[in-house]
Design a protein around this ligand. Structure first.
Ligand code: ADP
Ligand code: MG
Length: 755
């Protein structure tokens, strides 16, 4: 019976045809992506077309921070957005925001308004579609059920969503050919405190921009025409995820409730064969991914790559990088669209960092850099020798940020789910260090030691730009273009320089990239301030810091940040020892990481940069700690239910079958020792499991009485998680030993090999 459901679902999953999706056609051919791209976005181009010229001009000025939006402009934009979206089937609009729970939120309002008038003395009601400037600018959702970390008590539950003008509006297709107008928004309290991910990200981008402009001004002041007016952070997120059959998924309460398998073990054939990475994408999956890409293209999300990942049933999708605040919106949209489209294909997407034990987990590599309004990447060393010092200044600022605030960056990626992925030979451990590659390491070492760059070490590309003589002096004009190093990769580093950007690899697949990026931006901004002060001191009254001034400052920071650079194997035990000698924090557990948000140097930095207030910081700390405790508690409860209602009963049934068989054998005079031996082998496992699960059950009951949040989270980490591991080992032993026809839960083999 049990086997029937499991096997039928499995067979169904194997025989299910791929869903046919009709791609937009033109002249009998599939339309190029470029033509579909952004079709559902109210782009600047679209705005320019639909708005009176002066209104559009005023709006563009507000984007540059010159003034705030006035009522006339807001009304005109709202009207244009309404007309544009109604033409595309919109019936509703919604402020779309990012509360502190790693997802997005929306509340739809219809355009419908009733207008009353007097006609010949009789009251008339007329139905019309309206959308005003004030509705566009601000809305007040019932905020009481979003996490606020104690910043807002329910009786003053006011939260406001405010249009984030930098991120364009878009429509999402709804049922029956209708659609909804989405207005990207920030979410703040009555007092202006951030209740979301977006507000702080915007603040951190501003902080970084401001100081980066000042630094540029000190090292390369230019005439008005060539001056850099804007600087922005760029982000490209490589999103990993698993796709499994939805029918089988529904048979696993653990996947449904917690996003990961709490029980279950590795099949005999899995990653060892290493045949999945970059392998052929299964047709059902490919059908789902391409439909998803079509939707994302319409939403203006520039998806570029798709491929299989290391683990079976694991995939990755990556966009072309964009301005960070847009990239974050687009990453959340990507996750949302993937989730929805997968459903149409009877697939389930898993964003959890570690859905399967013993199988590679998922991350979200955040590729981060800083760009000028002229499109120059400040972390690109390969442009020209003249910009090498500028590059090195931004590089050492980033290294200093990782050195001073590595523990904060660690806190930014901490969660109950990411704990399963970090360490354990598959993702960077609790030590945050930076990898630069041999070329760049040689350049920094040479500068530090005041000696010429050794081209043999620094890479072949450098040889042909060798300057006169054998000794290279490090004057800007003589410094060779530092080539982009594409070969040197260290996949074990949590924070690696990859040619023209840093790749923060420890970020979890499930979380919003916003918080880690906010922390990184802020920390780099802070260190740029330090460097700026040194540059200013060095230049004295001169209008610009000389090459020598700059080099001296760079050298100082190279020395200061040496300890945070690590080129070796981050997974090795030697690195743990070495890092401890270097005084780098090794934070293996989330509960220890969260506290680092409040460490004085981190809190001061975030406040100084104007990114977080004291209240916002303590709210963050509370929300993260509470979320951790909740996640672990829910997992424990789910495990208890599964073991008591599914695993143990399967074992009891099997034992009874064996006992009856043994009995029967004896009656007919047949040797029953195989059955009896097996029973004897099973007994201690079943007994131990029964005892441990009961103990956990009572432990959890006691834990509900714990009203101190920090103690609760600690108990979850130190007591509940290890108990769950022991229980899992026992249950997995049963999975391997109990007859397959009695096992109720789809096994890893079935979950992986079904599509
Ligand atoms: P990889 O070798 O890591 O696959 P890719 O060039 O494919 O490198 O880039 C991975 C991600 O990094 C992509 O999303 C890409 O758009 C992004 N990326 C590239 N350059 C930058 C940059 N300057 N800033 C931020 N992200 C970038
Ligand atoms: Mg990469």
């Amino acid at each position: 019976m049990v086997q029937q459901v499991r096997i039928n679902t499995f067979v169904e999953s194997l025989t299910m045809p791929a869903r046919n999706v009709e791609f937009p056609q033109k002249n009998g051919q599939v339309q190029p992506v470029s033509e579909v791209f952004g079709q559902n976005v109210f782009t600047r181009k679209e705005m320019a077309k639909m708005l009176p010229k002066p209104v559009y001009k005023t709006f563009m000025e507000t984007l540059k921070g010159k003034n705030t939006i006035d009522k006339v402009t807001a009304d005109a934009i709202a009207h244009a957005a309404k007309v544009w979206s109604i033409e595309r089937g919109a019936t509703h609009f919604t402020h779309w925001f990012q509360p502190l729970n790693d997802s997005t939120a929306e509340k739809h309002d219809s355009f419908l308004t009733l207008k009353s008038s007097l006609d010949d003395g009789a009251a008339q009601v007329e139905a019309i579609d309206t959308f005003s400037g004030s509705q566009l600018l601000q809305s007040e959702p019932d905020a009481s059920s979003f996490p606020s970390g104690g910043m807002r008590t329910t009786f003053e539950a006011r939260g406001y969503t405010v249009w984030d003008t930098k991120s364009p509006m878009f429509i999402q297709e709804g049922p029956h050919g209708t659609s909804v107008l989405y207005i990207p928004s920030v979410f703040i309290s009555y007092n202006g405190e951030a209740l979301d991910e977006k507000s702080v990200l915007l603040r951190s981008c501003d902080a970084l921009e401001k100081v980066a402009l000042e630094v540029l001004n000190v090292i390369e002041p230019k005439d008005a025409e060539n001056r850099t007016d804007f600087v922005y952070t760029t982000l490209g997120t490589e999103q990993e995820y698993f796709l499994i059959d939805r029918g089988l998924y529904t048979l696993r309460p653990d996947l449904k409730i917690t996003g990961r398998t709490l029980l279950g073990g590795l099949p005999p054939r899995h990653q060892q064969l290493e045949d999945h990475y970059f392998g052929k994408i299964p047709s059902r999956v490919l059908a789902a991914i391409s439909e998803c890409e079509l939707e994302l293209a319409k939403l203006g999300v520039p998806i570029k790559t798709r491929h299989n990942e290391v683990a079976p049933a694991q995939f990755e999708v990556a966009p072309i990088f964009e301005e960070a605040l847009i990239a974050v919106d687009h990453n959340l949209l990507t996750m949302d669209v993937l989730h929805r489209v997968a459903h149409r294909h009877k697939l389930k997407v898993l964003f959890h960092e570690k859905p399967f034990k013993g199988v590679n987990g998922s991350g979200k590599h955040c590729n981060w850099s800083i760009s000028t309004d002229k499109g120059e990447n400040l972390l690109d060393p390969s442009s020209t020798p003249e910009t090498n010092y500028r590059f090195l200044i931004f590089l050492v600022a980033t290294l200093k940020a990782v050195l001073d605030h590595g523990d904060l960056l660690r806190a930014g990626i901490a969660s109950a789910s990411n704990d399963h992925r970090l360490g354990a030979q598959e993702a960077p451990p609790g030590i945050i260090s930076a990898f630069l590659g041999s070329q760049l390491t040689e350049v920094l070492d040479a500068i530090e030691q005041g000696r010429p760059v050794n081209y043999e070490v620094a890479g072949r590309e450098l040889q042909h730009v060798r300057v006169k003589g054998t000794v290279l002096d490090l004057k800007v004009a003589n410094l060779p273009a530092i080539a982009r190093d594409l070969t040197d990769r260290n996949r074990t580093s949590p924070f690696a320089f990859t040619g023209n950007k840093f790749e923060f690899r420890a970020v979890g697949s499930k979380q919003s990239p916003s918080f880690p990026m906010t922390l990184l931006n802020s920390a780099v901004a802070k260190c740029l301030h330090e460097i700026l002060a040194d540059l200013k001191a060095a230049k004295g009254d001169k209008p610009v810091a000389s090459e020598e001034d700059q080099l001296n400052v760079i050298r100082k920071y190279i020395k200061l940040t040496k300890n945070v650079r690590f080129e070796g194997d981050n997974y090795s035990e030697e690195w743990v020892q070495e890092a401890s000698k270097r005084g780098l924090a090794n934070i293996t557990k989330s509960v220890d990481a969260f506290e680092r948000i409040l460490r004085k140097e981190n809190a001061d930095m975030l406040k100084d940069m104007g990114v977080f207030s004291e209240a916002e910081l303590s709210s963050r700390y509370h929300i993260l700690t509470e979320k951790y405790a909740k996640d672990v508690t829910i997992e424990a409860q789910t495990m208890i239910t599964m073991v008591i209602q599914q695993v143990l009963p399967a074992a009891y049934d099997y034992r009874r079958n064996l006992a009856e068989a043994a009995h029967f054998m004896k009656d007919i005079g047949v040797e029953a020792s195989p059955e009896i031996d097996l029973l004897n082998e099973l007994t201690p496992i079943v007994a131990a499991l029964k005892k441990d699960i009961n103990d956990l059950k009572y432990f959890m009951v006691d834990l509900t009485k714990e009203d101190d949040l920090v103690r609760l989270a600690r108990a979850c980490c130190e007591q509940v998680v290890p108990r769950m591991e022991t229980i899992r080992d026992l249950a997995d032993k049963l999975e391997r030993n109990v007859a397959d026809n009695l096992w109720p839960l789809p096994k890893y083999t079935e979950l992986f090999l079904n599509i």
